[in-house]
Design a binder for this molecule. Sequence first.
Ligand code: APR
Length: 332
Amino acid sequence: MKVQVCIIGGGPSGLLVAQLLHLRGIDTIVLEKHSREYVLARVRAGVLERGFAQLMREAQCGQRMDREGEIHDGFEIAHDGVLERVDLHKYSGGNSVIVYGQTELTRDLYEARDALKGAVIHDAEDVALFDLASDAPYVTYRHGGKTVRVDCEYVIGADGFHGVSRKSIPSDKLREYEKIFPFGWLGVLSRTKPVSPELIYVKHRRGFALCSMRSQVLSRYYIQVPLTDTPDRWSDDAFWAELKSRLPDEAANRLITGPSIEKSVAPLRSFVAEPMRYGRLFLAGDAAHIVPPTGAKGLNTAASDVYYLYHALLSHYKKRDDSGLDGYSEKA
Ligand code: APR
């Protein structure tokens, strides 16, 4: 098989860049390790900045996001028993964010890719990258017991933090920076109305808490916990009681609780690898960098990579200009 760009990973980064390139006539294939059901069952981020939203529209995937996503012009910070609102719209020169679950936008990207009959290989096992420093790289994977070889001009490594792409770069060519925070976030997803129409970040002597949401009927709450805590050590009741104790009374009193539909402890880690390029391989999104969920930046920095990489590849294919590709790593 021969394509112009082989994309490893069918998360938001890989699907978005595939869709954008496909719409401009650049031939792509997406290799995803898991099934579509598995990818769409992962509970992940949900706050999109303006740049991400614009890319979704450019990728012709923005209709449902614009219809169902919630526009937030601000958020609240709780401290010392009081709530204070930060007016994002006012202080950022007219920007706002859209609350729209990563699961939903991934679903939209898959549907758009289906509509264009773009190739996505699910359950692609043992993906391996070869000859990345040459002009003729190739990728192999196993599917249904057969090994398939994909010859390509460029490889995009959008396979997340645990993916194979970054690990395919010789270690002496890569610098890695990492900070692991000495606590985790216990997150609960519940089918309840959020405590507030906007997000609340809580500073409290018992630890940080965050009241977030995926929609007006789906809430996402977090409390900071010791890294040694596991989700099964926290009953739903204990979780709600602890969250309430960290909220100012006016918020705690109106908190609607319910059964958790997902409960997990996220370790908080910052990680950056550079350069984000090795020969014909370009890393994008979580494959190159991750941040704790604190500022909802993971998905949005991934979108920023996609933006630069998409334009760099367009310049290469449409104008024979490689300056975007050469400057990609530094910029991203
Ligand atoms: N081969 C093929 N696919 C792989 C491999 C592999 N060896 N390893 C991982 N993958 C797939 C994963 O199954 C996943 O679907 O690559 C995809 C990577 O997706 P994400 O981890 O979601 O990363 P990304 O697309 O960069 O998304 C941006 O920012 O902070 C976060 O929540 C945010 O997950 C989001 C991310």
